[in-house]
Write a protein that binds this ligand. Structure first.
Ligand SMILES: C[S@@+](CC[C@H](N)C(=O)[O-])C[C@H]1O[C@@H](n2cnc3c(N)ncnc32)[C@H](O)[C@@H]1O
Length: 401
């Protein structure tokens, strides 16, 4: 496909996504029906679609509307390739009309803040309150692609050996200081999934903030650890590495299908994980040295990776998380042993899901000690995350309700 044809495809695909269809579904359907598109074409079209979604409001403002064509034209204009790509020849998009061209040279600096920085207006006050002086830098970062980070799986290897094996597949990396075993991919990120280092379990794909959370959650060799919202198991595997493969590591998720790949992933990583059934979960008493709660949240810290989330969120959905997070924390806390640790984390930027939940937990459980908290954002090098750590009171735990 020519670069113009790729842009045409992205413009076309954006329309159903803007109308509410999940981007992955639209892209998969297109790839299946477009045998002419090679892997490089598919990757390029995907990048254009996701770039367009990350900057949907600002590009739509410049391009003259919330449509695939407007966003695609503005994307091409921003990269200085408007006239080269939009020729109307072959599969290229039609050239901009005089009206479109006039919009495209608009001054984004004069657009409202939510347009300029690409976020939904209803979240403006909460984002300002949470981010303070970092507001502009964080929201600007959220308009761009996230770097690709790897976690060196210390159950299998070390950073030096992983770096050498990655280099054999043309993947150049550098250490990323926020987490102890993080490597940032500097070249060839698309080659990671098919690389030897990845297939042999030497590295996992994991954002550096996510690595930081798992690394500082409090897991140590020999402990009994429960990953309470395990999902795909990214943090479970990082906990296994922190435990150096010694102790008892359990994974639970209210939606067990989310953990479907975990046994395979654990095998590849050389980690031993006990996946709890409903019955195991119900029967599990206050025996854990550490319970990690990586709670469901608005995902506002992960907008670079999941840009659709930015535009799908509603005030009602955002308001639904705090009560759910409180309930999950309270339930998870009953699995911590007396004197055990509880770590709460979200990939949200919002105080209502973060600091306020930690404060509310402390208020509901006066015997628990607050050990500290930390908010992370792209200013620190990775996705937006929050974590708070607590220690259970010594003595007999309260019976479960
Ligand atoms: C942020 S995701 C977890 C991501 C995962 N820890 C990782 O690192 O890949 C939150 C998870 O919480 C799960 N969840 C939702 N409600 C829950 C509940 N009441 N108890 C346990 N897990 C729950 C969801 O199914 C989802 O997989």
């Amino acid at each position: 496909m020519t670069p113009g044809a790729r842009l045409s495809a992205a413009m076309e695909l954006l329309d159903p996504i803007l109308a509410g269809e999940p981007a992955e579904r639209v892209l998969t359907r297109w790839a299946r029906g477009s045998r002419f598109a090679g892997s490089k074409d598919r990757a390029a079209v995907r990048d254009l679609v996701f770039d367009g979604l990350r900057r949907r409001r600002s590009l739509g403002w410049l391009g003259g509307g919330d449509t695939g064509r407007a966003i695609g034209l503005a994307l091409a204009a921003a990269e200085g390739s408007l006239d080269r790509l939009c020729t109307g020849d072959g599969y290229d998009p039609d050239p901009p009309t005089p009206a479109e061209r006039a919009r495209l040279i608009g001054d984004l600096a004069r657009a409202p803040e939510g347009v300029r920085l690409d976020f939904p207006d209803f979240l403006g006050p909460a984002l300002h309150a949470a981010l303070g002086a970092d507001f502009g830098e964080v929201l600007e970062a959220m308009r761009h692609r996230a770097p690709v980070d790897l976690r060196v799986n210390t159950l299998r290897t070390n950073a030096d050996a992983a770096t050498v094996v990655l280099a054999r597949d043309g993947i150049r990396v550098a250490s990323q200081p926020l987490a102890g075993h993080a490597l940032r991919v500097l070249e060839n990120p698309r080659a990671v999934a098919a690389s030897r280092a990845y297939s042999q379990g030497m590295v996992e794909l994991q954002d550096v903030s996510s690595q930081y959370v798992a690394e500082t959650a409090g897991a140590e060799p020999g402990m009994t650890v429960l990953d309470y919202c395990a999902g795909g198991g990214g943090k479970t595997l990082a906990l296994a590495a922190a435990m150096k493969g010694r102790g008892r590591l359990m994974a639970w998720d209210a939606n067990p299908r989310r953990m479907a790949d975990l046994p395979d992933r654990a095998r590849r990583a050389g980690a031993e994980v006990l996946i709890l059934s409903e019955r195991d979960h119900a029967a599990l008493g206050p025996v854990c040295d550490l319970v990690l709660v990586d709670a469901p949240c608005s995902g506002t810290g992960a907008w670079r990776r999941k840009p659709e989330g930015k535009w799908r969120l509603t005030p009602e959905e955002v308001a639904s998380y705090p009560p759910l997070q409180d309930a999950i924390l309270d339930e998870a806390a009953t699995r911590a042993r007396p004197g055990g640790l509880l770590t709460y984390a979200t990939c949200s930027l919002l105080r209502a899901e973060n600091e306020e939940r930690a404060e509310a937990f402390a208020a509901r459980h006066p015997g628990w000690l607050v050990l500290g908290d930390r908010r992370l954002s792209p200013v620190d090098g990775g996705d937006g995350f929050y974590m708070a750590r607590f220690r259970a009171p010594e003595g007999t735990p309260a019976p479960r309700s």
